[in-house]
Design a protein around this ligand. Sequence first.
Ligand code: ZN
Length: 143
Amino acid sequence: MIAINDEQLAQMRAHGERDYPYECCGLMLGKLEGGRKTVLETYAISNAREEAAKRNRFLIRPEELMRGEKHAREQGFDVVGFYHSHPDDVAVPSQYDLEHAWPTYSYIVMSVEQARAVDLRSWEMESDRSRFNEEEIVSEARP
Ligand SMILES: [Zn+2]
């Protein structure tokens, strides 16, 4: 289960709509306590990319992850997962996503149809890397 407040959900949707027809991607920062993830901040990555790289498929480069982790640590947060959009496609991880995923993180996939974020789902990879399992999203008002 992953808890995300309304403000962070709105920011992820807005990022997906802004980057359409390209895929957006970013990090979810927050707390991991007793197997429960709480997202307290989102960290957009694709905005900072040069135009050519935006055409590439979703992939967070190690130096981008390191920068995000440093930013998280400075606020006492952990990186709890990643989000990205599927322009004009379903909110289900692709085979490519599975091959590039890390275990224990949450992966939010957003469906953005005609520049509107219409669906948003969270996934966790099976530890043997065979598949993603859907994870329940609990939306919370900001504490
Ligand atoms: Zn994907």
